[in-house]
Design a protein around this ligand. Structure first.
Ligand code: IFM
Length: 459
């Protein structure tokens, strides 16, 4: 089910006069990730990643789509930087493909590194701030062959990669994020199997999560040592859980949902411990943790990236867990996700209340998929415009409630490879025709551009 016509649409991008969005120091940006846009998977020494393997396996992605070509950004990056800069945004969030920059024997791959050096240099020359994620899900396949994130050894390989690439690119990055959405890497990669490498064991997922977070902590040390002027953080996807059952069982289900999605990551990072209720939810799946690990994981952060998309309604499963039950008659996106802006405000205010050492926040991803079509060179993505308006209003409310949110990145700069959903789901504010690689600005992109021009013209 998609957009319901009863929902009020705002055709303009129109933050109220007192919104934080008008502040010139509130960073507005757009985001992408390497495997989703680059293509060129076998060029210039890039080695296979788990997503190459997974997407080439029949039945794993919609229509068998792979990232082999994607948006061909590897070849078109100069035009894409031009498009991005013309949007008037202040920042671009991208990720580095680990398999592109490091050989199988752990040596730097000069050609792959040159790609990012050129890209970051061009972005900087356009006055854009660079937010760079080290790991957005594309583990080199040879490491997965040794057990991937379930194997503690991968932690040390990741730290070596972080060390090498931050030496190579020091001075070109404003903000480093170690990981994008460890929840998805751990749970979808090793628990549900919806993502690469497609394993299905919750004990693998919890061990993978511990190793991802430990890898994060070790990477933080290298990033700080090699690029002291840059900010260092991590990006977590968070979910709002509520229950139509107002009784104790329903409320516990909603609490457990958020514990499993949010606190599983934020507690180790900000409190140096895992929530123990997780091990009641997943009996026997407590990860193996060595002495000193939690101190490494809990190293201070300069920022926390928050990715928010939707709310989930849950009820008790009658045992230790919860069941997801779709609400009827709510507005949804092309992904089937509920549009629920207040969840973002609620979560931000809650994190501010619950974590005394919460670092400054960037909303590193927010956006929606729609089945956009180009008609006469125009893409009228009205629902996305309304979505962005409402989520930005939620951010503004959180800021007014005292949360230190410093910026917002639209997911995504352009339509791209949406993982298991292939190319059908379009998240971009720029439309991509995959047959011709033509880029067309959607109305959302034009309105954001116009707003940012107005903002910078204000005294
Ligand atoms: O496309 C993804 C992105 O890679 C990670 N966060 C969620 C987005 C939409 O599903």
């Amino acid at each position: 089910m998609v957009f319901e016509s009863s929902v009020a649409l705002e055709e303009a991008f129109s933050p109220p006069a007192d919104s934080v969005l008008w502040r010139k120091d509130f960073l507005m940006g757009a985001a992408t990730a390497a495997y989703q846009i680059e293509g060129a998977v076998a060029e210039d020494g890039r080695i296979p990643s788990i997503w190459d393997t997974f997407s080439a396996t029949p039945g794993k992605t919609l229509a068998g789509d792979t990232g082999a070509v994607a948006c061909d950004h590897y070849h078109r990056w100069q035009d894409d930087v031009e498009l991005l800069a013309n949007l008037n945004v202040g920042a671009y969030r991208l990720s580095i493909s680990w398999p592109r920059v490091m050989t199988q024997d752990g040596q730097p791959n000069a050609k792959g590194i040159a790609f990012y050096r050129n890209l970051l240099t061009a972005l900087r020359a356009k006055g854009l701030k660079t937010f760079v994620t080290l790991y957005h899900w594309d583990l080199p396949q040879h490491l997965e062959d040794q057990g991937g994130w379930v194997n503690r050894d991968t932690v040390y390989r990741f730290a070596e990669y972080a060390d090498m690439i931050s030496k190579e690119l020091a001075g070109l990055v404003d903000a480093w994020a170690t990981l994008n959405e460890p929840w998805c890497s751990a749970m979808h990669g090793y628990g549900t199997g919806h993502h690469a490498p497609g394993k299905q064991d919750v004990a693998f997922a919890t061990q993978a999560m511990h190793h991802l977070l430990l890898g994060h902590g070790l990477a933080v040390r290298h990033l700080r040592a090699n690029d002291p002027a840059a900010q260092v953080g991590i990006v977590a996807n968070v979910g709002r859980g509520t229950s139509t059952d107002s009784g104790a069982a329903g409320q516990r289900a909603a609490w457990l949902f958020e514990l499993q999605h949010n606190n599983w990551i934020l507690d180790p990072l900000l409190k140096k411990s895992y929530p123990t209720a997780l091990w009641e939810l997943w009996p026997g799946a407590e990860p193996s943790v060595q002495q000193g690990d939690m101190d490494i994981i809990g190293a201070p952060l300069d920022f926390l990236g928050i990715n928010y998309y939707f709310r989930t309604n849950v009820v008790s499963d009658g045992k230790h867990g919860y069941l997801e039950v779709d609400l009827e008659g709510v507005e949804r996106t092309q992904m089937g996700w509920e549009v629920y802006p207040d969840g973002l405000r609620h979560l931000l205010v809650g994190f501010h209340r619950d974590y005394p050492n919460l670092p400054p926040i960037y909303i590193t991803e927010n956006g929606m998929a729609t089945d956009d079509e180009v008609v006469d060179d125009d893409v009228n993505d009205r629902q996305r415009i309304s979505f962005l308006n409402r989520h930005l209003a939620a951010v503004d409310q959180a800021v007014k409630a005292g949360v230190d949110v410093r910026g917002y990145f639209i997911w995504s700069l352009m339509d791209n490879f949406e993982w298991a959903f292939g190319y059908e789901r379009r998240f971009g504010i720029i439309h991509v025709d995959y047959a011709t690689q033509k880029r067309t600005l959607k109305r959302s992109a034009k309105l954001v551009t116009q707003f940012l021009a107005e903002r910078s013209a204000k005294s």
